[in-house]
Write a protein that binds this ligand. Structure first.
Ligand code: NAI
Length: 420
């Protein structure tokens, strides 16, 4: 059977337009390009099957192609039904990669796609948010013995993996790519910071300057979202539950207060906590007319949509990706992208130069698993320090930046406790 007949996609004729998008990002992903050359020589995935479950857009597509260049047979599946770009998926299929995904898949179709991808019987997986791992462990347990390992992309997925590990339920090794420095310091902070505002601005076409922006969660993503809101000229309020992070936000120059207080002041709200019900009924009740709600955390549970629906007397779509909720007292609140990751569901995700580093770590992590001589015990593993440093050095080279090196005397001084 051909890759096309084995795939479930919208329209293969969109492939040329999708290929142009992949070509564009490839030009801006020098580290991944370097790894692609190495993989073509070394073929670390020769004869292996890899399932990639990520937001299916041009950058992830290029990662799938790099893994394919390393000798793998690759299947892709979406990690979110709204972020899939049908033309990019078509281009992958035209290039010999199986795909099960289309934009706007229903919850049922989304589950079905994951199962179809798993029917491919992967040796290795890449997951984003843990849906693939969770499906394997709950519904496709026969695959556990076959999967030799995988890599996880995001904070929420790693929380879920660690919960499985703590309960002794994780069946194969997983590498926590999100926790590498070359990932979270750049992707979560600068990537989310820029792409969230890109998504909000292109969707609403409204001004940010002079507005009050409420950011819930001051982790790596929240820091980026708050920093960029400030740069756009907004007044920024941070809501946190962690006392240290709240101090950090205050010292970074932001107002800090509980959500109930912030709810009455905000023009734009962005949740980025990985938690549920961060904005809920009591908050909707005090919001200003016209408040705009967006989520950038992994799941669409941060803004409580059930309570928002229950409080609204009327609702309608007023622009693509903007739903208006008219409250009983006449106020209108607007939810972007159904409360899903606004930067991906209503944008193109992070910039290619940022994903270059994240996906280099993904590719190297997977290659390190594929070239292990002994199988690793089923645990969550950090990205090794040397791999993080290697990606950092490759990125500096691509940027044509040089840095100083420690002399032997300096190394000796820094590792000595006698000299002051
Ligand atoms: P993090 O763990 O660094 O930060 C999360 C912060 O939220 C913590 O400081 C925590 O104290 C705070 N928090 C938790 N519950 C809260 C609540 N009820 N109210 C206020 N603050 C609360 O996590 P990180 O890396 O910033 O990721 C956050 C979320 O964004 C995760 O779901 C992650 O998977 C997702 N993510 C999204 C990306 C995107 O492209 N939109 C990119 C990377 C991560």
């Amino acid at each position: 059977m051909s890759v096309l007949t084995e795939s479930t996609i919208r329209n293969i004729e969109l492939a040329p337009q999708g290929q142009l998008k992949i070509d564009w990002v490839q030009e801006h992903m020098p580290v991944l390009n370097q790894l692609r050359k190495e993989f073509e020589q070394g073929l670390p995935f020769k004869g292996k099957r890899v399932v990639v479950c990520l937001h299916l857009e041009a950058k992830t597509a290029y990662l799938a192609k790099v893994i394919q260049a390393g000798g793998a047979e690759v299947t892709v599946v979406a990690s979110n039904p709204l972020s899939t770009q049908d033309d990019v998926v078509a281009a992958l299929v035209a290039g010999g990669i199986r795909a099960h995904a289309w934009h706007g898949a229903t919850a049922e179709e989304y589950q079905q796609h994951i199962h179809q991808a798993l029917d491919f019987n992967p040796d290795y997986i890449i997951d984003d948010g843990g849906d693939l791992v969770s499906t394997i462990h709950q519904e496709r347990r026969e695959l556990i013995a076959h999967v030799k390992g995988g890599a996880e992309e995001t904070t929420t997925g790693i929380l879920r993996l660690k919960a499985m590990e703590n309960k002794g339920e994780l069946g194969f090794p997983m590498i926590a790519v999100n926790d590498a420095q070359m990932k979270f310091l750049f992707d979560n902070r600068y990537g989310t910071g820029q792409s969230v505002w890109d998504g909000i601005m292109r969707t609403t076409n409204l001004v940010v300057s002079g507005k009050t922006v409420v950011v819930a969660g001051y982790g790596w993503c929240g820091k980026g979202v708050a920093m960029r809101a400030k740069g756009l000229g907004a007044r920024v309020i941070v809501c946190e539950v962690d006392a240290v992070k709240a101090n950090e936000a205050w010292m970074d120059g932001f107002l800090v207060m509980p959500m109930l207080q912030a709810a009455a002041q905000g023009d734009f709200f962005v949740t980025v906590t990985g938690d549920k019900d961060v904005i809920r009924g009591e908050h909707f009740n005090v919001m200003k007319n016209g408040a705009i709600l967006a989520n950038a955390g992994h799941f669409d549970v941060e803004v409580n949509k059930v309570e928002l629906n229950a409080l609204a007397k009327e609702k309608r779509i007023v622009r693509p990706n903007i739903e208006e909720f008219k409250m009983k007292d006449g106020r209108k609140l607007f939810l972007l992208a159904e409360g899903r990751l606004v930067n991906l569901a209503a944008g193109d995700g992070h910039p290619a130069e940022v994903m270059d580093m994240t996906f280099a770590l993904q590719a190297l992590s997977l290659a390190s698993l594929a070239t292990q001589t002994e199988p690793l015990p089923p645990k969550v593993y950090p990205v090794p320090y040397e791999m993080d440093q290697r990606v950092a050095r490759l990125k500096l080279e691509a940027l044509n930046l040089k840095i100083d090196e420690l002399s032997e005397e300096q190394k000796a001084y820094l590792s000595n406790w006698v000299h002051g």
